[in-house]
Design a protein around this ligand. Sequence first.
Ligand code: HGY
Ligand code: MN
Ligand code: MN
Length: 398
Amino acid sequence: MPEGSFERMWADLAPVGRHPGTGGYRRYAWTRTDDTLREWFRAEAERRGLDVVPDRAGNLWAWTADPDAAGPGLVVGSHLDSVPDGGAFDGPLGVVSAFAALDDLRARGFTPSRPVGIACFADEEGARFGIACAGSRILTGALAADRARALTDDEGTTMAEALSAAGTDPRLLGRDDDALRRIGAFLELHVEQGRALADGAEAVGVGTSIWPHGRWRLDLRGRADHAGTTRLADRDDPMLGLAAAIQEARSAAERHGAVATIGKLRVRPNGVNAIPSEVTAWLDARGPLDEEVRAVVHEVGRAAGADPVEESWTPTTRFDGALRDRLATLLGTDDRSAPILATGAGHDAGILAAAGIPTAMLFVRNPTGVSHSPAEHAETADCLAGVAALARAIEALT
Ligand code: HGY
Ligand code: MN
Ligand code: MN
């Protein structure tokens, strides 16, 4: 790989959408920051003579050759958006590594026998409009275009309005069979969001599956009243249901071998001296078994006194077994395969796998396992090991 290719791209991206106070990233879909990231992606693609093709779901695809002419290709890549105050690696590591791996292959004179695409998926975190992997879900039809267009952010702006403001016609949004047909297989490299690799010898592991996971909304109604003059017996305070839900999320998750949290709230009117009229809470629940996750959600709703409204659900996703085994062998050593690991994090790779596209994931060691936080980190040496692994995988698969 040309000396410093990875580091240069990494340094170019570092300031984009970074909050000076927290050091975290606020790279939300269809914002000016998102525009800047898309411009960066296009510039890196053009720098390498790749054709950038948008699809009907807002995703970008940079191709080494025309997959409509030369047949479906191998796609690598990931996403550039973040959660609020997210880390630098979740998403961008996969996109930067894809470009750097291509540089590495070209520097070694390797020419793939089929097109290689680099994907930049839109709105993977769902931080603004609430549904994760929105770009890949719309692409595959897992998220209906009408529903997507009507999703609103915390200011009440719809995705359709945001798309228009970003210069994209929302009427074109939808499943894109042409784009899907171009994908022979998809391989996503991602920073590990956990500690499966942290205590081992290897910097790169191969994904096996994604836990079932989902997001549910709890609408807790109360009656607005004065915080200081209303007798306790006269109060209808929705915060009490919220408090029960938060505690139950933890205890039900423990009972069911799952994980759950309530990480986002909206309180109205949100005044210190006003008993709220309503509280909206979002529950994220995941775990190895679908039915256990569902049990957690049910028990949280019962504790809160509100029926959880399912906003997204992804059942257990298994990556392509043959691809997984081939990569584990390819990236292993003489005496053992590369480590394989499941993840509780959702990825666009999971959405494409669910759509029947042969899909695999590579994970790069995260020494602390921390993610969705400014503290997310991966050592440069491990990132470069990820690039080398991705280059070897592209070489073997094309
Ligand atoms: O929520 C997730 O697991 C992913 O980061 N979108
Ligand atoms: Mn993430
Ligand atoms: Mn991610």
